[in-house]
Every structure is written in C-alpha cells, then in structure tokens.
Design a binder for this molecule. Structure first.
Ligand code: SAM
Length: 289
C-alpha cells in the first residue's frame, strides 16, 4: 500500500473513495512524512508496545504506528472512513479498527484485553473540538497509561505546558501537570494538513507521573478549587473561590488559609503553583456533609 505521508497518495485515496472531509469531526489529515516521523519518535514506540490511536482518519499515522508497535487499536467515529481504513491498512495484521466515539469507549477494557492491563501508549492527531474531554477523560478514568503523544492546537499545547504567572497558565495547565509531565516536541504549520486548519498546531508528549506530585486531602475538591480560581481569573482568589456553593468554603476561611501559607489576601489564582493549590486545599476546613 502506498505511503500516505505523501500528499499525492492521500489525495488519490480521497478521490477514489469520493470522500469529503467533515469539519464537524475535526478532519484535517496529516500529509507530511517528516512530521509523522517526529510524532513516532517522540512517542518512543517499540516492538512490545500496545498503542491506542484516536481518530485514524484514512490510516496515515496508523501505518507508521503499525510498523513500530506490537499492536495498534484505532478508534474512529466516522463510519464512512471504515472501508478506506480496510484498504489502507490491509497489509497490517497488527491493527484493529473500532468504529466508535472515543468518549464512549471503555479504554480500560482495551488495555486489559489487549495489553494484560499493562500501560498502553496513546498517540493521535486529535480532533481539536474535543481535545480537553479526551485528555482529561484518559487521565481521570485511571486507565493504565505510559504516555500520550498528541497533535493539538498550538494554543492548547502552550496552556498545558504553562507555569504560574504567565498568560497561558490556567485550570488545564494544573490538571495536566497533576497527572503528567508535558513537553512540546514540535510546532506544526497548517500546510502539513489536508485541508489546512485555521490555527497552528503542536505535538505534545505527556509522560504520566508514577504518582501524583502533590498530596491533596480530596482530589475532587482540589480540582473544584482550581476551576473556581480560574473561572473568574481577574478576581482575587478569595473573591473567586469564597462562597462558591459546591466548595462550601467561605471567603474568610480562604483568607485565613492563605494567611497560614504566608500569602496575601489579594493574591490571584494565576500566581499559585500546583503545590500551593494543594496546600490551600489541605488548609481549608472539611466540607460539612
Ligand atoms: N489520524 C489522522 C491523520 O493524522 O491524518 C486523522 C486526524 S483528524 C485531525 C481527527 C480524526 O478523528 C478524524 O478522522 C475524525 O473523524 C476522528 N474523530 C473525530 N471525533 C471523534 C470521536 N469522538 N471519536 C473517535 N474519532 C473521532
């Protein structure tokens, strides 16, 4: 089968199947072989690995993954792509295509059945409209994961990697960094895709921490605190967080907790590190049941 990392071959497949890309599924297919090589290298795929690919499209990256991995499971929502994938992946006996919505698939079960419950690697050129639910879903479901190497919108990659005090720092940075170490490995311009997206892209590798880097009393409350702090980022932390009913923490209690940490009552959420958010959560009085 022809290498799809070459634009002419992708165009030929699309024409032969009279396939028209769908915006609503975020279909921007990769047509640059050097970008594909970089993704595979960053993901560090070896012959023992079981890889989950989200959204294989016409199978371009799937071919590259299948060359390196022991096994690839590719989950694609668009049923019109399934006959194309059958053709483009015909030479690979180590690929299974599942026609499903990734947000509805039991990934833990895939890891169990295909990899004996050992950590899998996730690799994808993600559909940008659901980047955050996919990434957070993978982390929060506690699926055994080694790493996630994904193409995302450049701006989202920057937010994942950002630290305190920067404009990109927010709830996504803290959530991602709680679970993994993010690293941007490549910036990718629109002309590497067909059709070209309206935004710049980046490949980011998220390497799962062995355990959480900070200790919270209650993980759910830590994330609720972080979300509340950044929901109204122009407000001080006390005003943004105090009196949010779901949290059950008053403005006075937050002020007192900040004081114990040596932080001023006027501090904003964007100034706090993940460790400081965890400390703040531990200092806040237990929620009344
Ligand atoms: N991997 C291909 C490539 O690199 O050329 C295609 C990437 S394209 C950016 C995103 C792919 O995700 C599309 O094939 C799209 O149909 C698929 N997709 C969109 N939403 C999905 C969902 N909820 N579950 C599974 N696949 C989805």
């Amino acid at each position: 089968m022809a290498n799809l990392g070459i634009p002419q071959n992708t165009i030929a497949v699309l024409q032969r199947h009279q396939f028209h890309t769908q915006k609503r599924y975020g279909q921007n297919f990769l047509i640059d072989g050097s970008v594909l090589d970089r993704i595979i290298r960053a993901a560090q795929i070896g012959p023992k690995d079981c890889v989950l690919e989200i959204g294989p499209g016409i199978g371009t990256m799937t071919q590259y993954l299948a060359e390196q991995a022991r096994e690839v499971v590719a989950v694609e929502i668009d049923r019109n792509l399934i006959p194309i994938l059958q053709e483009t992946l015909a030479d690979y006996s180590n690929v299974t295509v599942i026609n499903e919505d990734i947000l509805k698939v039991d990934i833990g079960r895939i890891a169990q059945e295909r990899n004996g419950g050992r950590p899998i690697k996730v690799v994808a050129n993600l559909p940008y409209y659901i980047t955050t639910p996919i990434i957070m879903g993978l982390f929060e479901s506690h699926v055994p994961l080694d790493s996630i190497t994904v193409m995302v919108q450049r701006e989202v990659a920057d937010r994942m990697q950002a630290g305190p005090g920067t404009k990109d720092y927010g709830a996504l940075s803290l959530a991602v960094q709680y679970y993994a170490e993010p690293k941007i490995v490549a910036n990718v311009p629109p002309n590497c895709f067909l059709p070209r997206p309206g935004v710049g892209s980046a490949v980011v590798r998220l390497t799962r921490h062995a355990g959480p880097p900070v200790q919270a009393e209650d993980e759910g409350r830590l994330f609720a605190l972080i979300r509340a702090a950044f929901n109204q980022r122009r407000k001080t932390l006390c005003n943004a967080v105090g009196n949010v009913p779901e949290l059950g923490i008053s403005k006075e209690q937050i002020t007192e907790a900040l004081e114990r940490m040596g932080l001023p009552a006027t501090v904003r959420g964007e100034a706090l590190t993940l460790e400081q958010f965890a400390e703040l959560e531990r200092h806040c009085p237990e929620r009344k049941k």
